[in-house]
Design a protein around this ligand. Sequence first.
Ligand SMILES: Nc1nc2c(ncn2[C@@H]2O[C@H](COP(=O)(O)OP(=O)(O)OP(=O)(O)O)[C@@H](O)[C@H]2O)c(=O)[nH]1
Ligand SMILES: [Mg+2]
Length: 322
Amino acid sequence: MSEASRPLTVIFGQIVIGPPGSGKTTYCLGMQEFLSKLGRKVAVVNLDPANDLIPYQCCVDIGELVKLDDVMDGLGLGPNGGLIYCMEYLEENLDWLLDKLEQFKDCYFLFDCPGQVELYTHNCSVRNILAQLTKWNFRLTAVHLVDSHYCTDPAKFISILCTSLSTMLQVELPHVNILSKMDLIEQFGKLAFNLDYYTEVLDLSYLLDHLAKDPFFKSFRRLNKKLVEVIEDYSLVSFIPLNVQDKETMKHVMRAVDKANGYCFGESEQRTLEAMMSAAVGADFQFTMSMDAQEKYVKSTEENVEEELMQLSHARTDFNTT
Ligand SMILES: Nc1nc2c(ncn2[C@@H]2O[C@H](COP(=O)(O)OP(=O)(O)OP(=O)(O)O)[C@@H](O)[C@H]2O)c(=O)[nH]1
Ligand SMILES: [Mg+2]
């Protein structure tokens, strides 16, 4: 790509990534509406060739360049190989993307990406595409969504920590990790600790102790210990809770994203004292955010204890009557 074709102005935006079904497309729709109401001019780019039904107003669609079905039929590939081929094809045709993006250069961009994990942990196409966007003066934050219900299972939580860390290292962009679908967090089980334990990711030894209670994982203790040591040594992963229907959590995410790519320090929107303060006192702000989400979406510990006591007394009665 020639230097002359580079957009001169700085363009801000988000690249929305994460495992399949984590809520990327829904997030793009929600964030487009949220930011538009704040007066931001938003352009959403669909970079997922598997997206058949696009719920948001889409300004650029990779489907015009390459379609997953055509690739699968034409080359005899499965959906995973097909997706990798599509992203490699996009990498080879970045001038097509630049031509499309230039038509919206006064907008704030949201890129809706495919949900295949390898694209962000191993394969280099997405990383190369993002590096080229950065060269074209795009200032992007990677918004990495993972399903919040994984917090209810310590083994799954360790695995999403590993995925998040390797994605952060591979993608090489300012990064915000999100626990999505906060309204469903306890749908498949109760949390063993307060929500801030999962969002701040500070001391994972308690998680290992909790895991040790499960007989299946007893023999994997050393492996899990090494994995959490890697997470703790890098000390990079933390999460922001999100329910797309909840304006407060959307606002928290927007602030973190704006701080990460520098949008909040620009002049595009009026800078409020609150926004400047939240950028300055990041740690306190993050803690308050988790506490708010805990109150809204997690049953209180007393309630959990009461429920457990009730279940215990029922079990005792059943035992005595049999
Ligand atoms: N309750 C609830 N459901 C959500 C939320 N976000 C997304 N969903 C639902 O989760 C499902 C998957 O959402 P998508 O937005 O399609 O997820 P995706 O990451 O784009 O999926 P792929 O593109 O297939 O990787 C849909 O049924 C959404 O309605 C949320 O915050 N709360
Ligand atoms: Mg999607």
